[in-house]
Design a protein around this ligand. Structure first.
Ligand SMILES: C[S@@+](CC[C@H](N)C(=O)[O-])C[C@H]1O[C@@H](n2cnc3c(N)ncnc32)[C@H](O)[C@@H]1O
Length: 412
């Protein structure tokens, strides 16, 4: 096991708060073992914490904790690792970074970990969901309070990972893409948004690089399908929904508050060989007069806690705190209030998040409608699993994550 490589990447993710998907792509290269181990540690974070909680009274210093997390993952959650070597490798690695003084401690903890009965006993259902779903306990409680025990359990049942693809109709046709899938024996199902669900396949990466297809979540493409004609996407980076709406025939004006993220949108459009209408560095919390009553659709894909996509971005759960729900819902409310005036009469305001908390979703829209009688709520083309001031999609149907979408029509 390449302990040093795995440790180096995890140190960046845990201590420097680097994005896990970016670090994995950048640092692992072709090394599948390093990639699998880093991903395995992150995807078992809360289970590993639970094991350590059973064995250690006081949280060790950060570097030691990372060494222990790697070893506990290999001992308890990786069926393919060579268990007999794990303890020695962890101890030797600790010595190599000058931590000889804690080798006895590491040795003792890992010996006990290898003998532990798993899964452990749970005091309550929130503890059990936290362990099974690999989420923090406060988030398990939010799921249980909002959706009840049986739906929550469905959300965390193991499912086969599927990738959602849309075709760039400017470069080739759906028929040509389907022929490619057939010739290369790639199984697929059509999604309810008109895209394709497949398992990952290396043959598709060439098409991605050529901009003939792109990967965009099923929920994102449902959101883009609600956009009409002249669309203003106020929080667009990295650009997935703007791209999908453009491919649907919309004329999209793209904006984001971060200039480095505007560059991501621009290069995404270039790869696809398509054009946006205009691009603005813009803070959606500040009113921009030139946008007033100008757009058929204003899309607000607001910054949110992201709990609905934590299976793809496990680092979201490492860095989020429960208090972020409150901070982000205040920001979302200001963005909604500032931007609703950009919608023409008879146009639509589309509000979306990739999360499952009521504060950021249904309560946000309920409060908005109470103070804006010129907007009414409409149902969307693909209905959610729960309708509560908008469509709440949950990770219980094939290809779905946890997303929220509300379509508000401006009637006067
Ligand atoms: C959920 S992401 C958007 C994802 C994007 N719609 C897509 O489909 O690829 C939220 C975006 O909002 C941007 N953002 C955060 N605060 C903002 C603000 N005050 N004004 C405009 N954009 C903001 C972030 O930089 C981030 O790119």
């Amino acid at each position: 096991m390449k302990y040093a490589e795995v440790y180096k990447i995890l140190e960046k993710i845990y201590l420097n708060k680097a994005y896990s998907n970016i670090e994995l792509q950048k640092e692992c290269g072709e090394d599948k073992q390093v990639f699998k181990t880093v991903k395995g540690v992150l995807e078992n974070e809360f289970r590993i914490n639970r094991v350590l909680f059973e064995l250690i009274e006081k949280k060790p210093k950060n570097k030691i904790l990372i060494i222990l997390k790697i070893a506990v993952y290999l001992l308890c959650f990786d069926e393919n690792s060579k268990k007999y070597a794990v303890v020695n490798e962890a101890v030797n690695f600790a010595k190599s970074i000058g931590k000889s003084n804690v080798c006895g401690f590491i040795n003792a903890v890992l010996k006990k970990a290898s003998e532990l009965k798993l899964p452990p006993d749970f005091k309550n259902i929130a503890e059990e969901i936290s362990y099974k779903g690999n989420i923090p306990e406060y988030l398990a409680e939010i799921y249980l309070n909002n959706y009840g025990k049986s739906i929550t359990e469905l959300c965390f049942e193991k499912k086969q990972k599927k990738y959602h693809i849309i075709v760039n109709g400017i470069k080739w046709s759906r028929e040509e893409f389907e022929k490619f899938l057939k010739v290369n024996e790639i199984n697929f199902t059509l999604s309810c948004s008109g895209g394709y669900l497949t398992a990952n396949n290396e043959k598709l990466s060439r098409l991605f690089n050529e901009g003939k297809i792109t990967y965009i979540s099923l929920c994102s493409s449902l959101i883009a399908n609600e956009c009409e004609k002249n669309t203003l996407d106020l929080c667009s980076a990295p650009g997935g929904k703007s791209i999908a709406a453009t491919l649907n025939g919309c004329n999209v004006t793209v904006c984001d508050v971060h200039s480095h993220r505007l560059k991501l949108i621009d290069s995404y459009f270039k790869r696809m060989g398509i054009e946006y209408n205009e691009i603005f560095l813009n803070d959606a919390t500040v009113r921009k007069d030139e946008f007033a009553e100008k757009f058929d659709t204003v899309l607000l894909d607001v910054p949110c806690t992201g709990f609905g996509v934590s299976d793809i971005r496990p680092d979201i759960l490492l860095n989020r705190k429960k208090e972020d729900i409150d901070t982000l819902s205040k920001l979302q409310s200001v963005i909604l209030d500032t931007s609703c005036g950009y919608v023409k009469k008879d146009g639509a305001l589309i509000y979306s998040t990739c999360t499952i908390t009521k504060e950021e979703n249904s309560l946000q829209i309920k409060n908005f409608l109470e103070t804006h009688d010129n907007f009414v709520l409409e149902r969307c083309k693909t209905e959610g699993d729960i309708f509560d001031f908008g469509e709440q999609y949950l990770p219980i149907r094939e290809g779905f994550g946890g997303f929220f979408l509300a379509k508000l029509r401006r009637i006067k």
